[in-house]
Write a protein that binds this ligand. Structure first.
Ligand SMILES: Nc1nc(=O)c2c([nH]1)NC[C@@H]1CN(c3ccc(C(=O)N[C@@H](CCC(=O)O)C(=O)O)cc3)C=[N+]21
Length: 292
């Protein structure tokens, strides 16, 4: 049953390799372009998960030569004000990528705000145009976290075609695009969510289990098929008895890893891959301008 000694899928190292490649690519393109690539990350309020992401993203942009046009707004900001900033960024020639951190405060209508982003600058792949392209298996800007999962699976030579994949969570940011990308790679995909009955029985059928539910150590050993590939998208901050915070995923890593053939750690797994794919999407829309 046990003792698989799961392979650790090292997202951190893989992300560094991607970033090094992008850095070289930016260096070779920028003389011709006459400017570096530009990325604008907009954040409203102070969601802790988003704060981690924004910090890592800005560091990475600096390191590889992408200019940051980030803006932080207080929670009580009106939607119209953010919409105007998005419109200005759509017109700004120096900006190749625009990302609005989710979740937004309750008084925002995220859908209408996201519709306002130029689809060619939509590096999060959330605009209906890019979502529609994904549904149709066309090329386009794709959601960074699921795209990062696919790159990591490929990097480690993990077979997806024909496998049973179960995706926990149905968000527009992760769950839905994740299911579509696994389907495109010829997995047999099941999407599970908060209304799914008998969840552990379902997850025990998964050759590839992706969790994006955001509940710390939610998934234990009895949820796992022996030899499964476990992909943890959860980024949960927990506090120990001394009040010290740390990040954990949705999987109880120590409990399940003996049963898995491969598993992603938190931190150091899908988080850094998400950042790498965001930079990749930004460089991609930058490069596209050279050809147009
Ligand atoms: N429109 C939008 N797109 C997103 O992709 C998006 C978002 N909103 N809102 C918030 C979540 C969260 N998220 C993270 C990505 C990377 C790390 C990351 O780099 N994690 C490091 C953590 C390093 C540390 O702080 O210790 C790791 O897992 O190793 C964290 C969180 C993207 N999100």
């Amino acid at each position: 049953m046990s003792n698989h000694a799961a392979r650790i899928l090292d997202g951190k190292t893989t992300a560094q390799t991607i970033q090094a490649r992008l850095k070289a690519e930016i260096e070779s393109l920028s003389p011709e372009m006459g400017r570096p690539p530009g990325l604008a990350v907009l954040m409203v309020g102070d969601n802790p998960a988003s704060a981690v992401y924004v910090r890592n993203k800005e560091k990475s942009c600096d390191r590889i030569g992408i200019a940051s046009f980030g803006r932080k707004f207080p929670t009580e900001t009106e939607q119209g004000e953010v919409a105007e900033v998005i419109e200005a960024l759509n017109q700004d020639e120096r900006v190749d990528g625009i990302l609005v951190q989710l979740p937004l405060p309750d008084h925002f209508d995220a859908v209408s705000l996201l519709h306002g982003i130029d689809p060619n600058k939509d590096v999060d792949g959330l605009h209906p145009m890019n979502m529609g392209r994904l549904v149709r298996s066309e090329t386009g800007l794709r959601s960074c976290t699921p795209a990062g999962v696919m790159v990591l699976l490929n990097e480690y030579g993990i077979e997806v075609a024909g496998k049973r994949a179960v995706v926990l969570g149905r968000s527009i940011l992760v769950g839905k695009p994740m299911a579509l990308m696994l389907l495109e790679a010829n997995a047999t995909v099941t999407m599970a969510h908060s209304r799914t009955e008998n969840l552990p029985e379902l997850t025990r059928s998964a050759d590839i289990l992706v969790s994006a539910v955001g509940k710390p150590k939610f998934i234990g050993a009895d949820w796992i098929k022996s030899g499964a590939v476990a992909i943890d998208v959860g980024i949960n901050r927990i506090f120990d008895s001394s009040g010290k915070g740390k990040l954990v995923g949705d999987f109880d890593f120590d409990a399940i890893s003996p049963f898995c053939s491969a598993i992603t750690p938190v931190p150091g797994g899908i988080g850094p891959m998400t950042v790498a794919l965001l930079l990749e999407n930004t460089v991609r829309s930058y490069r596209k301008k050279l050809r147009s």
